[in-house]
Design a protein around this ligand. Sequence first.
Ligand code: SF4
Length: 881
Amino acid sequence: MTAPVHTACPYCGVGCGVIAGAGGKVTADPSHPANRGRLCSKGAALGQTLDNKGRLLHPTIGGTRATWDDSLGLIATKFRRTIAEHGPDSVAFYVSGQCLTEDYYVANKLMKGFIGSGNIDTNSRLCMASSVAGHVRAFGEDVVPGVYEDFEEADLVILVGSNAAWCHPVLHQRLLAAKAAHGTKIVVLDPRRTATAEAADLHLPLAAGSDVALFNGLLSFLKGAGRINKAWIARHASGFEAAVNAAGPDDVEATAAACGVDPELLEMFYEMFARTERTMTVYSQGVNQSSVGTDKVNAIINCHLATGRIGRPGMGPFSVTGQPNAMGGREVGGLANQLAAHMKFDDPADRAALTAFWNAPNLTPKPGLKAVELFDAIADGKVKAVWVVATNPADSLPRSDRVRAALAKCPFVAVSDCWATDTTALADVVLPASAWGEKDGTVTNSERRISRQRPFREAPGESRPDWWMFAQVARRMGWKADFAWENPAAIFREHAALSGVANNGRRVFDISGLAGLDDGEYDDLLPVRWPVPARFSGESGRLFGFGGFPTPDGKARFVATPYQGLPNRSGREFLLNTGRIRDQWHTMTRTGLAPSLMAHTPEPVVTLHPGDAAALGIEPNGLVRLSTDEGEVVLRADLRHTVRRGELFAPMHWTDLFASCGPVARTVGARLDPVSGQPEMKATPASLSPVESHFHGLLLRREGSALADLCHWVRVPVDTGQLYRLTGLRALPAGDDLFRFAGLLLSVPMDAELLEISDVRRAVLRIAAIVDGALEACLFLARDPAGLPSEAAVIPMLGQPVPDPARSRLLAGRPYDAAACEGPRVCACFGVTRDAIRHAAVTHRLRSVSEIGVALRAGTNCGSCIPEIEEILRDVRMPAG
Ligand code: SF4
């Protein structure tokens, strides 16, 4: 690498700019308007994920190394034959919000324009499809009206179903900075008391699925309080009366009862909204991932239309996307129900223009199958060939066991990815894809800002970009001239030009002003917010403040959203909510490589209220069986008052490669929003029961792999190898079987030197395997967790030389240097543990986050850990009892 390269973080929809410098060091880009020099813990650890270890390096067919030519030729042949025999709807692409816009554009053009099917959908369906549908219903087009500067301009920011402190940390930091500067009020509407709620002025822990009731209640309250902006509505919106009638009476008590919140607090919130002109409502997965997600979105938008608070400084509804390029996918038609460039399936002028622009022989006449429907169609044998790109549906889609079964029986599956996943294991053809740092293209963040993702390192092995793979397959299917781009710049120019075709102000998405960029200008492109030219938005980038909605009459639409009641529990005691944790991303293919990111939450848990745990006889940190109509998983119980009685939270990230339970998605149902097709992932009826633990263990190995079903296990990458936490679901084997069992776990070479201590009667076994004088693996088993050494003591020994005098210390689990044991790591950026923060607070009487920052540096970089530091300080300050 020569000069530092300005590029964009590959994780969330905030779309922060980063600078890749010498030695793979990744730092925040102070010049990028999204983050202005900030990064969160995930972005700060990007440099730790650049290792090529474990990357897919060569194409394979049936698990055997193959050439690119053979692999691409096989995909083209299989797709061509399947289409010839069964028609274009018998094939499909399932792509990803990780794809760059250029990748997405080529895939969509191939499927919708040339193959002639709408069967291309994206994992963004799981993320924000309800927002897309809500925008189209209200505005006539999928457009986010606001900009990030609104976080600084607002006087009141309402976060709905959004744990921004963990999931969009840099935006949350911008909000907290605004609060510190001029007292912005923050209200959080979330069933859980999250880190975001901790930093809010008011938290309303509404019952899961009651958001529509709450915003309908707000609409009626605004009307009752005379806070409706009638003049704005008369000029710029229609359908108000129907919406307010559907919202029901202005009755705060009844609404509070429906939502399960304190009526006084609810009224306080309604009053705040009513009297604060500069109000923005920010929402993400808690709103979108719902069987009534589109209604939730429109119930929120209705309140902003009713007050005319949209598209002006500090006000408006604001959907924050989960993925780095969900918005870019929406621009090119990456969802099955979208055409390219925000054109419409049912608009003859759009269809004619797109056919002519693409020279498309076979423009699809209709939308295709949405994600969950698509995998159902594979299971039913209707879709017979599928290409999965940069996503892992075997772990991330609801009912993941059904998805696996569908892929296993599908006649032809191709997968392109950077690392092996539970999905690549089911593929006939696996293609090695370029990863972040190697890819070249653009992404669009939640505020419509297009940023360049630039390469700064060589792609390993034979890995190639996804756009190239799609273009190569298209050429082999007979469409050489139409897929002849030589580089991403050429694709971007075509995409930008298309956005201006047959537009004339009919569609807000217009970047035709960028269609003339030459390759050098594309390389140098600075972050830019669409539309370009800024025909609708003006300099501020905001949209719709003065109307101009892309509907036939130029008016926005209120949408009637009658409340349908709380989710049906189907006779089960709990509703299961799944989501993200602070330091992990998706199915951990990248973040799982960074030990610092594993330290905050090292294993999958299910969080429940202590009162519910007591009623069921569930112990803190005990194992529990989580069961739903779809499946079951065994997880560790995490008891907290932060969740409501009768509700559960479990993280979505773990897979078969990291834990014996596999993905929690195998328990998640697939009730779909009827408009958006987005599955409900926040309220699956569930049951819990305690699981007896027969023994406990720690296993350290240099190499990581799944442990099959030997016991309950979780793999945690550490600096020099892998730590496994083991729990026995059955009694330990006895006699020689115990040693055979230990041998399977250790999995070391035959010539390894073994040190061993055992007391079979007390079920204690300690074995260390030494290869070439260094610790290759070690295993500690005990009936009681107190019989195990501290993880922090043994982890540093892995891979290190074992001096003869230290052998007894090794099996005793005592560090050679007698270093102090550590607790969980709170600050991922500087590796500061909970114990260290607590110790400093108590010993040195530190009472503020800034004092902790001065003493330990914790919380001074990305800020993601500040809510937890505050929690520790509160604990320290709280008198005993
Ligand atoms: Fe990346 Fe964090 Fe910024 Fe999201 S907030 S884009 S994860 S640095």
